[in-house]
Design a binder for this molecule. Structure first.
Ligand code: PLP
Length: 385
């Protein structure tokens, strides 16, 4: 028997559990309406919260950077990969987040892995929210630290564990999404910061879905909760509301300097491409200068919430405080059925199911560029199911 035969067997098991996934292709520019596998659909599946991924200014910035500096950055940051564009972007992020310095990675996934691995090791403890994103979980595993997964947002459990366990470890790191990516709720950031202070722990907060979306200036949940300036490690991505590609860590000068010396997923990988770097920088300027985009996004969130309360009383909507709204379904089969029905009716809102999340759901993400008619159509299709 071939040593690879188990792969076919494993695929069959995945299919039997209804866990099998495959890709779908979009044939148009990103936006509120896209062409999905030949069908025009209203897009409720995108992380492009502000509609910046198709903004002409980002496109121009990317094109100009590619013309001037080429397509690839040709090396790692510490060797030949750095351009002035990278340093300018990092300064822009630090200024946006009101921190001392920032470092950009080739993706958000790599940012979390690199930071966690650099900050803790075998003698240390990580406390991780059970609903954290895959890259926080895998970063924790890779670090070799002891890991305690705490029940979702359970501050009392966390306090209890810290009072028992903290003394047995050298360093302690609490890691959490600020906006939970598959649920749309927020972490109790002020309480987490207080706990971190009390038990002398570091706190890493993942602002992937908050950057550009939350806070007066769009800086994220840290700003939203009034925690700007408090000592912590903030991670975010350039690939969601900022419409580009890449991730960042921002914090104190010492922290960032340390990561430049110790984060393997930054040191041993090629620097972000000139086009992605320039597009992300252009996006930060727009986020700062055009709060009306964020306001429109939040108006859309309110409108959808209103309509669901009025017309969809039979659906179980998960409590959410973000542009991510989830409809909870009894099981995988139901979730897939609703997802298919929506798609047939011209709505792109995918079913999210185990193992990504513990319970099956339809996940709807809103954008500033959705029109009222798009939201009305979504609710109408769900109502007539
Ligand atoms: C998307 C996401 C990431 C990864 O960011 P990428 O830039 O796409 O690699 C990390 N954390 C959370 C919570 C996310 O939703």
């Amino acid at each position: 028997m071939s040593p690879y035969a188990w792969i076919e067997t494993s695929l069959k098991t995945i299919r039997r559990a209804n866990w099998y996934r495959s890709t779908q292709t979009i044939y148009s520019c990103s936006g509120a309406v896209v062409v999905l596998e030949g069908q025009e659909v209203i897009n409720f599946a995108s992380n492009d919260y502000l509609g910046l991924a198709s903004d002409q200014r980002l496109i121009a910035a990317a094109v100009n950077a590619a013309r001037e500096f080429g397509t690839g950055s040709t090396g790692s940051r510490l060797l030949s990969g750095q351009r002035l564009l990278h340093k300018e972007l990092e300064q822009a992020i630090a200024s946006f987040k009101q921190t001392q310095d920032a470092i950009v990675f080739s993706s958000g996934y790599l940012a979390n892995i690199g930071a966690i691995v650099a900050l803790v090791g075998k003698r240390d403890l990580i406390l991780s929210d059970q609903y954290n994103h895959s890259c926080l979980k895998n970063g924790a595993i890779l670090s070799g630290a002891s890991i305690i997964e705490y029940p979702h947002c359970d501050i009392e459990f966390l306090r209890n564990q810290l009072s028992i366990q903290r003394q047995n470890y050298r360093r302690c790191l609490i890691i959490t999404d600020s906006v939970f990516s598959m649920d749309g709720d927020l972490c109790p950031l002020p309480e987490l910061l207080d706990l971190a202070d009390e038990f002398s722990c570091m706190l890493l907060v993942d602002e992937a879905h908050a950057t550009g979306v939350f806070g007066e200036s769009g800086a994220g949940c840290v700003e939203h909760f009034g925690c700007t300036g408090r000592e912590l490690i903030q991670m975010g991505t350039l690939s969601k509301a900022l419409g580009s590609l890449g991730g960042y860590i921002t914090g104190s000068t010492a922290l960032i300097d340390f990561l430049r010396n110790r984060a393997p997923s930054w040191i041993y990988t090629t620097a972000l491409s000139p086009a992605d770097t320039a597009a992300a920088h252009a996006a930060i300027e727009i986020v700062r200068n055009e709060p009306q985009r964020r306001m429109q996004l939040w108006q859309n969130v309110e409108y959808l919430k209103q309509l669901t309360q009025k017309y969809l009383p039979n659906f179980k909507i998960l409590p959410c405080s973000s542009p991510i709204l989830c409809i909870q379904l009894a099981n995988v089969t139901d979730a897939l059925k609703v997802g298919k029905h929506l798609k047939a009716a011209g709505i792109f809102a995918p079913a999210i199911r185990p193992p990504t999340v513990p319970t099956s759901r339809i996940r709807i993400t809103l954008m500033a560029t959705h029109k009222d008619v798009h939201i009305e159509k979504l609710v109408e299709v769900l109502r007539n199911m």
